[in-house]
Every structure is written in C-alpha cells, then in structure tokens.
Design a protein around this ligand. Structure first.
Ligand code: DCS
Length: 284
C-alpha cells in the first residue's frame, strides 16, 4: 500500500481525493517543496520547510502547521512508505472555494497534500555530466517563490527534453538566471559565480549548501549576475538541485564546456556535497 497525506491525515493513496474547485487545480494558487530522502532521513529538511513557510507568506497564505509539526508528519509518511532513497513532495493550496480570483475568506483552510517517491541518485549523469540548451526566461518576476505555477519552467524543460538534454539554461536578455528546474553556476579561474538570490531565481537549498561548503573550505565564490558570454567562456558549469545534487554541465547548445568533461572544481564540490549528505543521513 502507498500512503499519502491529505490535510494532515495519512491515508491510502487510492482513497485520497481533492475537490475540482481546489485553487491549486484551478489557478496554481499554492506553494510546494521537494525534499531529498537518503537512508530514510530527510536531508536539509529544516531549510526546505522554512522556505515553504516563506513562499506561503509571499503569496499571503498562512500555513496551518508549524515547520516542526510538518517535519513530524513527513517523517511518519516516509516511515510508513518504508522509503529509503527518494523524495518527499508536499504542496499547500489556498483551499477549495467557488472559482473567483479574489482570495477566499479566512474560513477556507489551505489544502495540504504530500507523497513520497523512490528516486535513485543520478550517479551515471553525475559521473559523465549532462547536455543543456539555452532558452529565454519568460517567467514572471517572482521566481523566488516556489509556486505551483510552473508553466514557464515546463515549456523550457520540454524543449530541453525534445533536444535530448537534461536542462534548459534560462537567460533574461544577456543575463543567465537559472535552469528550468535547477540553479546554474559557472566556474572561471577557480571562482564559482552564481546569480544572486533575488526575485529572478529560486534560492535553491542545494545552491545555499554548496556556497556554505565553499565558505568552510575557502573556495572563492561570487553571487552576481553573469552573462551568456561568461557562460560560454566558463571553465566549468554545474547545475544544482534537490534531486540532481551537483550535476556537471558538459555541453551548451552543442558546444563543449571547457574540454567537454566534468572539471576538477565541480568534482570537488560533488565530493564535499556528498560528505554533507553522509554527515546528516549516513553513508550513501
Ligand atoms: N530553480 C528552480 C526553478 C527549481 O525548480 C529548483 C528545484 C531549483 C532551482 C533548485 O532548488 P533546490 O536546490 O532547493 O532543489 N526544483 C525542485 C522541483 O521542482 N523538483 O525537484 C526539485
């Protein structure tokens, strides 16, 4: 049996139901998170749950649970589903009410749904690196919110998939922002350069962890906007995200990054990131 959570209740997936007038379904009016699970334990769970609370605040939604209460429920779900390596997905929508752009009254409670899924670490891609395309970033100007509205991201990711690529690197004019489903950083002369955490990108928990590791290890980094020209001239490029960890990018629009193989700085970051996972969740 596969268990899910609907509004705080753990139940069989087959009996889980959401109303057709749920605002998530009709408007994408909600927020979500994806947390990695290794050895049955959540990695950087606190950081993800804090971001969830922040995302909700930014769309003027109050979550009915504290991050601590949420963590407890998610741990229970992971245990019930006997999940070892995978993800736990959760979303909150602004609840169910007759379709109207105006927010419903305070009497309407958010809808909370969570489920788990087995997802292996993408070890082969992490070893070999991945290919990417470029795409214009056509999304709205609040990409810092982890909103259910992902159409801009989906259109770019679909384009990448149709080109046999892992990711679409997005740019607003000449400025590289992030990927369709990950953050994108470049390395030039040993310095990591990544877009600042403003409204143009999602401030990835993986991105933040990587920068924290860089600080500890005295690996130089800059949080600043960089251009397409800098992207093409980079020694190394990597994508980072919850499911993909630190993923070397070896090709952009058919052109090799550096010598076309994962570089030494990216390799080092992968090792340091793995050590963080091991420290929190045990040997992987
Ligand atoms: N940027 C975008 C647009 C993302 O969708 C994600 C992760 C990231 C950056 C990286 O953030 P994290 O490091 O916090 O994961 N997207 C999640 C998703 O939708 N599925 O898996 C991860």
């Amino acid at each position: 049996m596969e268990y899910v959570i609907v509004n705080g209740e753990v139940m069989d997936r087959a009996s889980a139901k959401v109303d057709i007038e749920d605002r998530g379904y009709q408007f994408g009016d909600g927020v979500y998170e994806v947390i990695r699970v290794y050895n049955g334990k959540m990695f950087t769970g606190t950081e993800h749950l804090n971001r969830l609370v922040e995302s909700a605040k930014k769309i003027r939604m109050e979550l009915p649970y504290s991050p601590e209460a949420l963590a407890g429920m998610l741990e229970q779900l992971i245990a019930k589903n006997e999940l070892q390596t995978g993800i736990v997905y959760m979303q909150f929508t602004r609840g169910t009410s007759p379709r109207n752009h105006v927010f419903p009254g305070k009497d309407v409670a958010p809808t909370f749904v969570a489920y788990t899924r087995q997802v292996a670490r993408p070890e082969e891609s992490m070893q070999k690196g991945v290919r990417t395309i470029l795409d214009e970033d056509i999304r709205w100007l609040r990409c810092d919110i982890k909103s259910l509205n992902l159409l801009g991201n989906l259109l770019s990711k679909q384009k990448a998939a149709e080109a046999g690529c892992f990711e679409a690197i997005l740019h607003r004019g000449q400025t590289v922002t992030e990927g369709s489903h990950s953050n994108i950083s470049i390395i030039k002369d040993g310095v990591i350069i990544t877009h600042p955490a403003d409204n143009h990108i999602l401030n990835g928990i993986t991105r933040q962890k990587v920068l924290e590791v860089c600080k500890n290890e005295q690996i130089p980094f800059e949080e600043r906007a960089y251009t397409l020209q800098e992207l093409y001239a980079a020694d190394e490029v990597f994508s980072s995200g919850t499911t993909v960890e630190v993923m070397p990018v070896i090709e952009i629009e058919g052109k090799p990054v550096g010598n076309g193989e994962p570089g030494s700085v990216t390799r080092r970051l992968q090792e340091l990131f793995k050590a963080e996972i091991t420290q929190q969740c045990g040997q992987i």
